[in-house]
Design a protein around this ligand. Structure first.
Ligand code: PMV
Length: 287
């Protein structure tokens, strides 16, 4: 019996979602929520998972060397909320398989490339941003180029984010396709989203400076058609609760809104009074 364990981290996109699909920069952050996978090469065969669908089965076919291996998934990354649950899972499986086979860690690039095989099953045409964060941890700036993905580590912030859960999932594949269908009219907004992401880099350690960039990004994301009235209401709630700024994070159409503010616990308490599920999450630095 050989057991291999692997982990991948959930993420939040601070700026540049959707724009990143077209080569603009995006800034994202690993958070203190993750997915852990245990594979057992000698069974008993089966997949033990809190969620199961056709896409998971297909992703497993691509990543598991044998259908006879047993696999157990545990995760505290909310599914379908733009927090990178599928990327965290894909990376965790790649690492677990590697360890079960007794191979040395193949390094971030090879782990990224292998995990992308599964991420394409989940998301169709992913930029790779989620997988890059799940592999690396910490904060990164990510750019998709013709020569392949380019990502660079940034100093990991030390402030917490407040996450507001809309309670329903957005469909990343459909939302990305919807933006594609609205080009070229939305191209100037996509460029602006990339510029705002770039502008976040020098103020990453300053939530008060970052906040207004969040709110400006939300307005841009609304204009390209990926927000919803519920997400707009969550941004308004965060701002009323004292946030420096707030935005939807991820593909939109549901999922979560993120905010930074001087008193995160007070923002969570105010959300609870309004019947909204919100929680505080911290960046997870690269190991
Ligand atoms: O839904 P999420 O968090 O996995 O975010 C997708 C981010 C997009 O930019 C919309 C798509 C992508 O592949 O980068």
């Amino acid at each position: 019996m050989t057991i291999g364990e692997g982990e991948g981290w959930g993420k939040l996109i601070l700026g540049g979602e959707h724009a990143v699909v077209y080569g603009h920069p995006a800034v994202a952050l690993a958070v203190d929520l993750g997915t852990r996978v245990v594979v057992d090469t000698a069974g008993p065969q089966g997949v033990h998972s809190p969620f199961r669908d056709d896409r998971l089965d297909e992703a497993l076919q691509r990543l598991l060397p044998s259908p006879d291996w047993a696999l157990t998934i545990t995760s505290d990354v909310p599914v379908g909320r733009g927090m990178g649950s599928s990327a965290a899972l894909s990376v965790a499986i790649v690492r677990a398989v590697c360890r079960a086979e007794g191979r040395p860690d193949p390094g971030p690039d090879a782990t990224f490339n292998k995990a992308m095989e599964a991420e394409r099953v989940f998301h169709g045409n992913p930029s790779g941003l989620d997988v890059a964060v799940a592999v690396r941890g910490g904060a990164i700036v990510y750019r998709r180029t013709e020569e392949g993905p380019r990502f660079q580590g940034l100093p990991c912030p030390t402030w917490p984010l407040v996450v507001y859960d809309s309670g329903y999932a957005g469909n990343t594949r459909d939302l990305v396709a919807g933006v594609a269908a609205r080009r070229p009219e939305v191209d100037p907004i996509l460029s602006r989203l990339g510029e705002r992401a770039q502008a976040m880099i020098p103020v990453l350690d300053d939530p008060a400076a970052l906040g207004p960039l969040f709110t400006a990004c939300h307005e841009d994301l609304r204009q390209i058609g990926v927000s919803t009235p519920e997400l707009d209401a969550l941004v308004a709630l965060a701002l009323r609760s004292g946030a420096y700024g707030a935005k939807l994070a991820g593909a939109g159409g549901g999922g979560v809104v993120i905010a930074v503010g001087p008193d995160p616990e007070a923002m969570v308490a105010e959300a609870a009074r309004q019947g909204v599920n919100a929680f505080v999450t911290w960046p997870r630095s690269a190991p």
